[in-house]
Design a protein around this ligand. Structure first.
Ligand code: LLP
Length: 444
């Protein structure tokens, strides 16, 4: 493996290593960004994100079919990009909704999710005329109807159903995913009852059903099976209640490669397969094919960003294990506070030195953070060039999704700055936290 390469399917589309060995993103050297904004630093390639939005929109038949799942990464600037690209926007909490509205996103293109929506959230949806509320449970259905009645409005809704498909197993076991908190069961008939209740609620308008089979899914089969099952409920609703639901929301979850050896998912092909399966199933069931929506998060924003760290302590540790007597520990100035994913999911990342070429012999290494916890590991076991040293900029690719959003303040960590780059220009998106931000919460 050539450690100086930047695997194109994992790194932002506009990143390259220049002749002097320095990595640039959209023409901006990461060395300059580290100098100006400090490390750790998240760097977002704006054109990468926008181009992925366009690819996804093209694959599914237009931007109105694609809802960016903003939980993956939301700031006002990202919301503005999503708006400019014509996509719709999913929020999954009250405060995500508030950020989106603060950025001026049109509520008519927003969908609100959540399995435990507080009254203030439901009221905000109704008051701002958010296009869809995805109902999670029967109690929420009744509550939203009341809130909409009080406001003198009819709120369009979808119902989240559990299709009973666990897309992470090979056989897509029918019952495996009943035992989780989201949605209403299809198998028990509860989803049909909820649809009936929604149709009978004067201040709700049922427009469709929603399902989500999981995250980091690479295989179209799970999505197809879920679509088929949910469509069988469209049929039942049509037959027994005389209503043809117009929309079908298949959720997000398209997997992306994090490591060089992983392959990218062909989204265009997946979309084609999925849309064809919906058409075919609808035809077989003799119902109108619904308008299909998807809610990708990671596959739009994951590969758009990298995280730049500075290397501090370098330590060769005697492991006491015969098979690996010495392991090199490379400590960086972030860790589990800005990327919990390795600790939480054993996630792996492509890691390169960004400030120069490296030519050291591969050494058994572990990349760790500065936190007081031995599980604070970013790369568990990897051969990394032996010349990596204090002051180098170790850079992780594919850090756009579920990293900053899951960041913590453990050990007084300050959330890093986030900068976006485009055409040789850098623009600060979120400033780095300061210790005053920590102290600002103190009451005395
Ligand atoms: N729609 C719904 C209803 C979802 O629950 C999710 C993700 C998405 C869309 C977007 O999924 P995506 O396309 O980004 O895979 N923290 C985890 C991921 C949790 C995903 C939760 N729901 C991680 O870091 O991998």
């Amino acid at each position: 493996m050539d450690f100086n390469e930047l695997p194109a399917h994992v790194w932002p589309r506009n990143s390259r290593r220049e002749e002097d060995g320095v990595v640039t993103v959209a023409g901006v050297p990461l060395t300059e960004l580290a100098e100006e904004y400090g490390t750790p630093l998240y760097v977002f390639d704006e054109d990468d994100f926008r181009s992925r939005c366009r690819d996804m929109a093209r694959a599914f038949g237009g931007p109105e079919h694609v809802h960016y799942a903003s939980k993956a990464f939301i700031t006002k600037r990202i919301v503005k990009w999503v708006n400019e690209e014509g996509l719709c926007l999913d929020v999954a909490s009250l405060n995500e909704a508030k950020v989106a509205l603060a950025a001026g996103f049109p509520p008519a293109r927003m969908t609100a999710h959540g399995n435990n929506k507080e009254p203030e959230y439901l009221e905000l949806c109704v008051d701002n005329e958010i296009a869809h509320v995805v109902l999670d449970n029967e109690g929420e259905l009744a509550q939203l109807n009341e809130i909409a009645r009080a406001a003198g409005r009819v709120q369009p809704v979808m119902i989240r159903v559990k299709p009973g498909v666990d897309a992470h197993t090979h056989e897509f076991i029918a019952t495996s995913h009943e035992d989780q908190k989201f949605g209403i069961s299809l198998a028990t008939g509860a989803a049909f009852d909820a649809a009936k209740a929604a149709l009978e609620s004067e201040n709700l308008q049922l427009v469709g059903l929603h399902c989500h089979v999981g995250s980091s899914v690479f295989n179209a089969e799970g999505f197809k099976l879920a679509a088929e099952r949910v469509l069988s409920l469209y049929k039942r609703i049509h037959t027994e209640l005389g209503v043809a639901l117009k929309e079908l929301d298949l959720g997000g979850g398209f997997g992306i490669p994090y490591m060089e050896y992983e392959e990218a998912l062909d989204v265009a092909k997946l979309a084609q397969d999925l849309l064809a399966a919906v058409e075919r199933t609808a035809h077989e069931l003799d119902i109108e094919p619904p308008f299909v929506l998807v809610e990708p998060g990671r596959s739009l924003v994951g590969a758009s960003a990298v995280t730049v760290y500075s290397v501090g302590t370098v330590k060769d540790v005697e492991t006491g294990k015969a098979e690996l007597p010495i392991r090199r520990y490379l400590s960086v100035d972030g860790g589990m506070s800005d990327n919990i994913r390795p600790a939480l999911y054993e996630s792996e990342y492509d890691v390169r030195v960004a400030n120069r070429f490296t030519d050291g012999e591969p050494v058994d290494s572990r990349v760790v953070g500065f936190h007081c916890e031995s599980g604070d590991i970013l790369v568990n076991e990897r051969k990394l060039p032996g010349d990596i040293t204090t002051g180098d900029l170790l850079t992780f690719a594919t850090t756009g999704a579920y990293q900053y959003m899951m960041a913590s303040r453990y050990n007084g960590a300050l959330r890093p700055a986030v900068v976006s780059v485009r055409n040789g220009q850098a623009n600060l998106m979120l400033r780095r936290e300061t210790v005053d931000d920590l102290l600002a919460l103190e009451v005395n």
